[in-house]
Ligand binder design. Sequence first.
Ligand SMILES: Nc1ncnc2c1ncn2[C@@H]1O[C@H](COP(=O)(O)OP(=O)(O)OP(=O)(O)O)[C@@H](O)[C@H]1O
Ligand SMILES: [Mg+2]
Length: 306
Amino acid sequence: MITAENLTKVYGRNLEPALKSASFEINDGEIVGFAGLNGAGKTTTLRLISGIIVPSSGSVKVDGKDIVKEKIAASRNLAIVPELPNFDITQKAIPLLHYYAGFYGMDKEDTDRRIETLLKTFDIWDARNKKLRTYSQGMKKRFSIVSALLSDPKNILYDETLNGLDPEGVRSMRMLMLDQKKQGKAVFLSSHILSELQNIADRVMIIKKGSIIKILERSELPSLGASSVRIVVSNPDSKMIEILQQYGSVEQSGNEFLVSDLKVSYEKAGLLNGDLAKAGYIVTKFDISGEGLEHYFLSLVGGSGV
Ligand SMILES: Nc1ncnc2c1ncn2[C@@H]1O[C@H](COP(=O)(O)OP(=O)(O)OP(=O)(O)O)[C@@H](O)[C@H]1O
Ligand SMILES: [Mg+2]
C-alpha cells in the first residue's frame, strides 16, 4: 500500500512546482492509473514514491514506512519500472539479474528459477546470452520489467510501461497487472493515453501541471466522451425500445428516438445500429454525439501541451 500526503516537488530554482501537494492512496489489490500529458508530473510523482528523488515537502509511505526516513524498509517491497531503461547495457541479462538478486539477498536456487520464468514470460529468454546493448527498444523495456519484478515486490510502479511494447507485449502486461492485483499487490501505472488505462485500472487519477485535478472511478470511464445517440427508425415498435434501453435512457417523439445517459462507451454505442438492423428495424438516421474518451481527456487537461 502506498500513501502520499501533500507531496510537493520543486526542482532546483524553478518557481513552479513539478508536483503540488498531491495526496492519494494506492491500496493493496488495486490498480491505479495515472494519466497526464507530457510534462504534467507523472514521472516526478513515481520517482518521489520510489525514493529516487526527495520531496520538497510532504511524505510517502510504502506499507506504512516512510520512503525518506526509513528508506531501506520502505524500498524492500517496492519496485519501479522506469520510463527509460537505466541499466548497464554492456552487461548480459543473466549476470546482471544475478547482481540485482544479490541486493535483495535472494536465495541462489530461487533466483535461477525466477530469472528463467521471467525471461521466458517476457520472451527474451533466447537473447539471455547477448549483451543488453544489442536488444531492441521493446526488448530493453521487457528487460526493465523483468529486473523490477525479480524480487516479487508488493508495490509496483510502472512509468509508461505499455508505451513502446508491441500488441502482444501490451496484452501480456495487462494480464500480468491483473494477476498482480489478484495477488493483493498495489499497482500504479502512468500513461499519457487515458484510454490505455480504461479496461485495467480501478481508478484513474488525472494530473495537469503538477496538480491532481480529477479521480475517475472505473465505472465512470466507459461512458465519458459519449453523450447521446439520435435515431430515426421507419418501423419502430415497443420491442425496439427494449433494445434501446439496454444502451441508455430513451425518449421517443414519433419515429425519432433519443438515447441518452449512455451506459456504454463511445465506441460501443455504434453497435446499437447493428443491433437494430439485425432485429429488422430500418434505421434512416443514426447520430452519436460526444467525441470519445481521449477527447474528453484533452478537454480536461487542455490540448496545448502542458
Ligand atoms: N530533473 C529535473 N530538473 C528540472 N526540472 C525537471 C526535472 N525533471 C522534470 N522536470 C520538470 O518537471 C515537470 C514534470 O516532468 P515529469 O517528467 O514529471 O513529467 P511527465 O508527466 O512524466 O511527462 P512525460 O509524459 O513527458 O514523461 C516538467 O516541467 C519538467 O520539465
Ligand atoms: Mg514521464
